[in-house]
Structures are given as structure tokens and as C-alpha cells.
Design a protein around this ligand. Structure first.
Ligand code: PHE
Length: 457
């Protein structure tokens, strides 16, 4: 065991692990996806459901994934295969590997845009925007340029490949220690500024005053998808990260910190976006372009906005990088463990797959009108990938992980893993109840309802 631990790499400390897992969790999911999905789903009521789902489904599933990963010391496919050889459980792992590539492909497009916006801010493009329309126009000109979109996608995939090539502890851990807290700091400053804008009150009301009549099956399904996406759950990322975690650490507290930190960043991002959005009369249901339209208009009005803007987009790109790294790590760990590929080969091959798969997404925010309007006027290829992989695949994955931990492998086995080397399993009975009953039943009902009504998107 010691030998394999050394060759697979390990996190250097508990705080190192928490920061790495938080680095996977915190990213575009919090700052790009959370605001636009909240905006599309009625604001405060969505936030409320999201928070409840993080606590009742996200946290228990994270504990399950981490303990399966640490116990087996494997990638998702290998983990299920090791515990139940020749069973169908490994399909859950295979779907996770494919989902990792699917998410990475469109995620890297948006991550590339943050690099693009970093460059734009540095050269002073946002020194004098006034209206939301101008800001929208700037985004449209940028995203409609196929060369720019694809080049930034390529650059971002290359950055990811370089970091993942470096191996676990060295590659991922060191980025997170200073940069994530710094990101939170800057978000708080932006939120305070945003709340002082004229007309911000309407935005705060939209974000904080739930209108319970707006709850629909779709709102709940979107909140489930958003919670899982933001916490990197349902496809084996946390399972894979758990496999590098030492037996000494308490998984329950680690998972608790990660969920809390992730939620705080997302909710704080909402305080930046919504007051400003309403102050500038931008439509909250604008979809994936939302933050790229709102943020520059904030920087343009802020004292020292250019400095804040540059720093913000840089930190966002780094936060996205620590997430793309974790997305690429899942297929890489699979090919290294199960097919004995060298790490280099696996990293380059999977990076290439993600890049090619990402091209249609990169062209679907204006560059190609067919891809931009693939499903409907406001729903293109990237939205489709986001819905399939970012919502439904993760929801199905989380359902099976809950069933696996609650019934197949069993709560006693999970408890034994968590209590290895004397850690305390806090709230053990509550966890058992949630993972056996609430998680699988709630996810099943949500998915069945969506399938029944056909309100997928
Ligand atoms: N959680 C990441 C984010 O919020 C995205 C992600 C999803 C990463 C799934 C890994 C797995 O940006």
C-alpha cells in the first residue's frame, strides 16, 4: 500500500487537501454558472432550494465519494470494480469518465473567455463602458469571433494539460493556498460596490426575497444540477481526489469545509451580479453571457476598476484552472490505473479529446448561427452540453453513488473507512438517513418528474 501511495502521489496535508478539493469545487460553477442559472430560475427561490440541496444531498454524497475513493485508492471505474468485481457498478465510473470529458470541453471554452476578458481589461477596453447594451455588444463581438474563441479554448486546455502533467500534490495544491482566499476577498469588495449602485435595491430583492409561487419542477432540477456541478459531485472527481487523501484525515469535516466554502463563494458572487444587473437594466435570464456582460460594467464604474477587473479575471481564470485540472484528472487516472498508460500519454490524449469536443461549444455563442441556436433561439450547443453533462449526467451519477454507499457497499463499510485511524464520524445517523432515503428518493423524484413533463432545459 505504501508503495502505491507514493507512486500515485498524496496530498501533503489536510489543509492541502481541503484547499485542493475546494479548488476543484470553486470555479466557474460559482461565479459564472450560479448567477446565470439563478437569474433564469426566479432568483431568491432558487437560491433557497440550492442551499437546502447542498446540505441535504451535496454534503452526504461528498462524504460517500470521498470515502469510496480513499478506501479503494482508485479512479471511479477501478473503485467500483475493486469493491464489486464483474458487476455493473463500473458503468457508473465509465459514465463519470465520459462526463468529465463532456464538462471539460465546454467549461474550457468559458474559462478561455475569462482569459480573453483578462486581456481586454488590461488593455483598457472597459475603461468607459456605460450601458449594459454596450457591454453586451462587446461580448457578442468577442464570442462571435471563431478564431478567438477556439484559440482561447486551446490555450486553456494547454494550461490544464501542463498542470495535470506535473502530478497531484505539486501541480494542484500550491495554486490554491493564497489565491482562493484572495478571490473571496475581491468578490466581497465587488459586492459592496455593486450594492451601492443606484437601483441596486431591486436586485437585492430579486436575489433575497423568495417568491414561493415560482417553484417548479424545473427550478428544483436546476438547483440539484447546480449544487452537484458546483461541488464537483456525481462523476467521481471527489472520489478520485479522495483516493489521494491520507487515512488520518477526517472526511466528514473536510467535506463540510469544502461545501461551506463553495457555497459562500457562490452566494457572494450573486451579491456582485444581481444588484449591478438591476441597476443597469440587464435581463437576469440572459444565460451564459450574463457575468461577462455585468462584470465589465461594474469595473467601468468603479474607482480603480481596471486594477480590480484585471485581478478579478486573473483569479477567476486560476479558479477555473484548478477545476479543469480536476476534470481532466478523472479520465487520466482511469487510463493510467486501468490501461497502464503513461501519465504523459493519458494527459495529452485526453486533453486533445476535450479540445476537439469543445470546438462546437466555442462556436455556439455567436460564431456559428446553427450551433448558437441549435435547440432554440436562446439555447445553443454549449447550453445543451451544459444541460446533458452538467445537470443530468451528474444527477444520475449522484443517485447511483448514494445507492451504492447506502445499500450496496453499505453504510457500515463507509463508517469503517471514515473511522479508520480513530477519526470521529460526526452526525453518523443523520448521514445514514440522508444517504439511504433522502438522496436517492429526492433525486429519483426530481429526475422522474423532469422526464415525465419533458421540461429538460
Ligand atoms: N465544481 C467546478 C466549478 O464549480 C466544476 C466541476 C464540475 C469540476 C464537476 C469537477 C467536476 O467550477
Amino acid at each position: 500500500m505504501a508503495g502505491s501511495e507514493i507512486s500515485r502521489g498524496n496530498w501533503s496535508s489536510k489543509i492541502g487537501f481541503i484547499l485542493a478539493a475546494a479548488g476543484s469545487a470553486i470555479g466557474l460553477g460559482n461565479i459564472w454558472r450560479f448567477p446565470f442559472v439563478t437569474g433564469q430560475n426566479g432568483g431568491a427561490v432558487f437560491v433557497l432550494i440550492y442551499v437546502v440541496i447542498v446540505a441535504l444531498i451535496g454534503l452526504p454524497v461528498m462524504i460517500a465519494e470521498l470515502s469510496i475513493g480513499r478506501h479503494t485508492q482508485r479512479n471511479p471505474v477501478g473503485a467500483f470494480q475493486m469493491l464489486f468485481p464483474r458487476s455493473l457498478w463500473k458503468i457508473v465510473g465509465v459514465v463519470g469518465v465520459l462526463t468529465g470529458l463532456g464538462i471539460l470541453s465546454f467549461y474550457a471554452v468559458i474559462a478561455g473567455y475569462t482569459l480573453g476578458y483578462f486581456m481586454k481589461t488590461i488593455v483598457g477596453s472597459f475603461n468607459q463602458i456605460i450601458s449594459g447594451e454596450q457591454s453586451t455588444q462587446i461580448f457578442q463581438n468577442f464570442s462571435a469571433n471563431p478564431y478567438l474563441s477556439v484559440s482561447y479554448l486551446f490555450i486553456f486546455i494547454c494550461l490544464t494539460v501542463v498542470v495535470v502533467m506535473g502530478g497531484i500534490a505539486a501541480g494542484i495544491e500550491r495554486w490554491n493556498k493564497i489565491l482562493m482566499p484572495l478571490l473571496l476577498g475581491i468578490i466581497i469588495v465587488l459586492a459592496i460596490f455593486s450594492m451601492t449602485l443606484d437601483g441596486a435595491g431591486k436586485g437585492l430583492a430579486f436575489y433575497l426575497k423568495p417568491d414561493l409561487t415560482k417553484i417548479t419542477g424545473r427550478t428544483i432540477a436546476q438547483a440539484l444540477g447546480q449544487a452537484l456541478f458546483s461541488l464537483s459531485l456525481g462523476m467521481g472527481t471527489m472520489l478520485t481526489y479522495g483516493s489521494y487523501l491520507s487515512k488520518k484525515e477526517n472526511l466528514v469535516t473536510a467535506a463540510g469545509y469544502v461545501c461551506l466554502f463553495d457555497m459562500v463563494i457562490a452566494v457572494a458572487a450573486g451579491f456582485v451580479i444581481f444588484p449591478a444587473l438591476f441597476a443597469m437594466n440587464i435581463n437576469p435570464a440572459g444565460g451564459p453571457k450574463l457575468v461577462f456582460v455585468v462584470l465589465p460594467s461594474i469595473f467601468a464604474r468603479m474607482p480603480a476598476g481596471m486594477i480590480f477587473g484585471t485581478l478579478f479575471f486573473l483569479l477567476l481564470a486560476v479558479a477555473a484552472l484548478t477545476s479543469t485540472v480536476s476534470l481532466l484528472e478523472v479520465p487520466v487516472a482511469y487510463f493510467v490505473d486501468e490501461h497502464r498508460w503513461s501519465r504523459q500519454k493519458a494527459v495529452v490524449a485526453m486533453g486533445l479529446v476535450a479540445f476537439v469536443l469543445g470546438i462546437p461549444s466555442a462556436l455556439s455563442l455567436g460564431a456559428s448561427s446553427v450551433l448558437t441556436k441549435l435547440v432554440s433561439e436562446n439555447f445553443g450547443f454549449l447550453d445543451l452540453m451544459n444541460a446533458i453533462f452538467g445537470n443530468y449526467s451528474l444527477s444520475i451519477g449522484a443517485f447511483f453513488i448514494a445507492v451504492f454507499a447506502g445499500y450496496q457497499w453499505g453504510t457500515t463499510a463507509v463508517a469503517r473507512e471514515i473511522q479508520a485511524e480513530g477519526s470521529v464520524f460526526y452526525f453518523r445517523r443523520l448521514w445514514i438517513f440522508l444517504i439511504r432515503f433522502i438522496c436517492p428518493i429526492a433525486i429519483f423524484i426530481i429526475l422522474a418528474y423532469i422526464a415525465w413533463t419533458g421540461e429538460y432545459f
